[in-house]
Design a protein around this ligand. Structure first.
Ligand code: TYC
Length: 99
């Protein structure tokens, strides 16, 4: 997908939409529900209601999509989750896949 913009001097610039990547949250038996909600609010800017719903969904189904982001942003969010989880000694993991 792309958008072409034609300027007054006839310059044509084509803006390509960046590829998006889904960040997927994985369930485990050790991370507390409260911590997962805290991560979803801090890293993914979810409100408490949505964060709780996503956490419960992942708890029941094993995994769930948290959002879709550009490559760099998805990588950064995954690293932020890892850093928070390591600090608190939880095995919480997020992964990414092309949207
Ligand atoms: N299954 C965890 C528990 O029962 C809670 C949890 C939910 C953990 C979602 C990880 O991505 C997760 N404490």
């Amino acid at each position: 997908m792309s958008e072409k913009v034609v300027y007054k001097d006839d310059t044509i610039i084509e803006f390509k939409k960046p590829k998006m990547y889904k960040v997927i949250l994985l369930n485990d038996d050790y991370t507390t529900m409260e911590f997962v909600i805290e991560v979803l609010i801090a890293v993914f800017h979810k409100n408490p209601t949505d964060a709780t719903q996503i956490m419960l969904d992942v708890h029941e189904k094993g995994k769930g999509i948290v959002g879709a982001y550009t490559y760099d942003i998805a990588c950064t969010k995954i690293a932020q989750v890892e850093e928070m989880a390591i600090k608190r000694d939880f095995p919480l993991v997020t992964v990414m896949e092309p949207d």
